[in-house]
Write a protein that binds this ligand. Sequence first.
Ligand code: NAD
Length: 278
Amino acid sequence: MTIGICGAGTMGRGIAIASLTAGHSVVLFDISEAAVEAARSSVMEQLGKAVEKGKLSPEAFDASSKKLTTSAELSSLRQADIVIEAIAERLDIKHTLFSELEKIVAPSAILASNTSSISIASLARVLSVPARFVGLHFFNPAHIMKLVEVIKGPRTSDEVIQTCVEFAKGLGKTPVVATDAPGFIVNRIARNFYNESQRIVMEGAAAIPQVDDLMKGLGFKMGPFELMDLIGVDVNLDVTKSQWAQFFQEPRFTPSLLQQQYVDAGLHGKKSGGGFTV
Ligand code: NAD
């Protein structure tokens, strides 16, 4: 298949690598020329590392290189069988993109969002054929993490869900079909991991490294602050805000002032070179 990916940032790149190594052709699109260029080098660098580690053959590397197209033109997604959107976590921006996409892609193409929290129902609202719209929620790093939430909106067809489940399995992933509830499954649970950790730090009950070390001591691979830095402190805050709003400002999901300060200061984590732990 040809997989179109919108947004060549953290998630778009990982989804591109997963799709390429499964043998698909990939068109990776971003509005920013700089992001497109950086994404091509980053994807090829990651694939090169996989060859060095013996996880990918040199032949598969060459094939992937030929199957990757990067572009700053939306029309490059015309041939895609599935388009996976991984742009900013904002309903208005995603609506504009999907309205444009619907005019470009084939009637049979599936439109998917990698949204962490925005309801599939509200994203599909602008489409004339909402049955082909689905949530395909990969986890970071998308080429490594096995879990993919396949989210069925109220108007998503069963056929589209089935195709996406098979697609995710073909990438070597473990798909879990989730209903369209705020934060779906994983992010709803994870909000407490991030929010409570920040409350602890703001109260002075423990310092950031202590919280991370303790959680790792319990068996978590990463502490909450390291993980927010990997995800992107800005992206993580947008997800919290969106989930809090969808739960009618439920107090246990209230966004953290500490995180807002980091975002305001441009400390967006690993990708920005500064954050809670970097
Ligand atoms: P990011 O900030 O790393 O990258 C977003 C990219 O989208 C940027 O390159 C930007 O130039 C591009 N972009 C913005 N508007 C665009 C548009 N209209 N058309 C095309 N490109 C556009 O963001 P990310 O961390 O990759 O997150 C993307 C999506 O994936 C969000 O919805 C986020 O909630 C979700 N998500 C993120 C993570 C994570 O850990 N970062 C995990 C799961 C899901």
